[in-house]
Design a protein around this ligand. Sequence first.
Ligand code: MG
Length: 222
Amino acid sequence: MTVKVITVGEDILGANEEKARNNKSKLDKYGILTINIMSSPGAGKTSLILSTIKKLRKKVRIAVIEGDVASSVDAEKVNALGIPVIQINTAGGCHLDANMVEKALNDLPLKDIDLLFIENVGNLICPNAFVLGEDQRVMIASLPEGDDKPYKYPAMFADTDVILLNKIDLQPYLDFNADNFKKAVTGLNPDVTIFPISCKTGAGLTAWFGWLEAVVRDKKKK
Ligand code: MG
C-alpha cells in the first residue's frame, strides 16, 4: 500500500497569497506604504515602531497592526501615543496571515494613513512563508542573538528587503562579529539594505528614517 501524502501547506499558502493580493490592492488604493516587520522575540520590533512614531508622526500619518500570541501590551504602548492600532492575538499561532490582516484593515481609518506597520509574531521561521499584502519586508536582527543566525534561518534573511541590525550599543559586551554577519547575509541576499541601529541610544536611526520617508513618498506618487 502506498502512503497517501496530503500537501496541506501548499493549499494554505495559495489561499493566503490570494488574500494578500486583495489586501495589497486595498492598501495601494489608499496609497498606504505597508511594512511587515519580522524578527525573533525581543529583537526590538516594538521599540523600533515606537521610536519611528515619535520621530515621524508630525510628517507621516502612521498606523500599526500588532501581532502577538497573547496580550495587548505592545498595542497599549502604541495607543498611548495616540496612533491608530489594532491588536491581533493569534491564540498560539506562530505568525500572522493575510486573513487576519484583512480583518484588521476593516477597523483602521485607511483614508487617514500614509504608513502602516504590521508587527509580526516574534519568530524567525513561519512569518516568512505568509505574505500579508506588504510593500516592504523589514527584518530586525539584534547583536545578542549572535552573528550566525543567517546560517540557521536562511529563508528569513534571504527574503527581506531591509535588515535593521539592532542593539549595536551592546557590542562591547558581546562576541558578535559584524563582518561575519554581513558576509552571511549578503551571501543569501546580495541586494539587502542593512542599517546598524540602536533603538536605545538612537544611533543609526537617522538613516532608517530617511529610507522610510523616501519609500512613503514614492508610494504616494504611484
Ligand atoms: Mg513587540
